[in-house]
Design a protein around this ligand. Structure first.
Ligand SMILES: [Zn+2]
Length: 365
């Protein structure tokens, strides 16, 4: 059994601050991923004691579901599933090598069935929402290299999804469109499978099911168009002239702006991030004052900008009329006292439009 503690904060890539019975202490996190949707204040973490050393995070509880957060566990899960012949497409294949060096990359497994050889790369997937699982949760150049290698060698990529609730898997084209399009392009040369497992509180898992890979939905939704959330931190109180709105007072804190570009989303985002440009949108007047600017693209075939604004209005304070001169929304700019990614309500809105929407499209097919 694990020790349960509440997540408080991520101190760095590999250390989190936890709380248990009013006492706060650090724990080692063996996962360098972003894990935004899991590492939210108040989330229950499952810890393993490590004697003299700080405890180690084994996983987390997401409602009823136990999620394993060890990055390396995906490879051991895959190995066991192969040995127990749980995966139909790999029936009869045995592991004959691990960590196979190829150029300046490595692939997890070399499999053999009679004279047949197959390289297999395993990825750990802990990003899921409303029945859809996605990978990666941060840009992965290494992952894209692996796809290229497997396409050349004719190998397989297995995504291990660490909870049983998702029914479909897609590469995360919002976060890493290059990985997503590489995987899509390689789908006829590389055997791509996503498998869900069910973990228990003892740290054991069982095979659950193979997930659907709905490429037809990917092809429609993953183009370079859609909406984006742009967040920034205003380090002081500022009075700023915002076009037709005149001078406005902006309190110190975090702001989230929602916009859309149904043609050339990445070009629009690059333009916002460029230092020298002519002011065109309300947000352009605010951007020079922001620190820690981040952009969260939400690629979609539909214009979702105003629907996103309406949801954000429920979780953050709108700045009246900002960015909403061409629509009937109250605002397209919202104020939050804390960083948006530390707000469970904000993360939920982001995941709702990035993933929940896709899951609903799939359910209505
Ligand atoms: Zn609007």
């Amino acid at each position: 059994m694990f020790r349960e503690a509440l997540f408080v904060d991520r101190l760095n890539r590999f250390v989190v601050l936890c709380e248990e019975g009013g006492r706060r202490f650090p724990a080692h996190l063996p996962n360098p991923g972003r894990l935004w949707e899991i590492l939210l204040p108040g989330r229950v973490l499952l810890l393993e004691d490590q004697g003299e050393n700080m405890p180690r995070v084994w996983g987390a509880l997401l409602g009823e579901e136990v999620v394993c957060l060890h990055t390396t566990s995906a490879a051991s899960v895959a190995r066991k599933l192969l040995e127990e012949d749980c995966l139909e497409d790999f029936a009869g294949f045995r592991v004959v090598g691990t960590e196979i060096p190829l150029g300046n990359s490595r692939l997890d497994f070399l499999l053999k069935r009679g004279r047949e050889r197959m390289f297999l790369e395993v990825k750990s997937c802990t990003l899921f929402f409303d029945g859809l699982a996605m990978f990666p949760d941060a840009v992965t150049v290494r992952g894209r290299k692996h796809v290229g290698l497997l396409a050349d060698l004719g190998g397989a990529m297995l995504f291990v999804v660490h909870v049983p609730s998702p029914f479909a898997f897609l590469p995360d084209f919002h976060t890493d469109p290059e990985f997503a399009s590489a995987l899509h392009a390689a789908r006829k040369k590389v055997l791509i499978r996503a498998v869900a497992v069910r973990w228990d509180m003892r740290g054991n898992f069982q095979y659950s099911h193979i997930l659907d890979l709905p490429w037809e939905v990917y092809e429609k939704e993953a183009e370079d168009r859609g909406s984006y959330l742009l967040s920034g931190y205003l380090p002081g109180v500022y009075r700023i002239a915002v076009g037709s709105l005149g001078e406005l007072d902006f309190p110190r804190g975090f702001y989230v702006y929602v916009g859309s570009a149904m043609r050339g989303l990445s070009g629009r985002i690059r333009r916002h991030l460029r230092k020298r440009k002519r002011n065109h949108w309300h947000i352009d007047t605010l951007l020079p004052f922001f620190e820690d600017v981040r952009v969260f693209p939400i690629r979609s075939s539909e214009r979702l900008e105003c629907a996103i604004a309406r949801e954000l209005e429920k979780v953050a304070r709108p700045v009246p009329h900002f960015g909403a001169s061409d629509c009937s929304c109250g605002s397209h700019l919202f104020y939050l006292p804390q960083p948006p990614l530390r707000s469970a309500a904000f993360v939920e809105v982001l995941l709702h439009f990035r993933m929940g929407r896709i899951a609903r499209i799939l359910q209505q097919r």
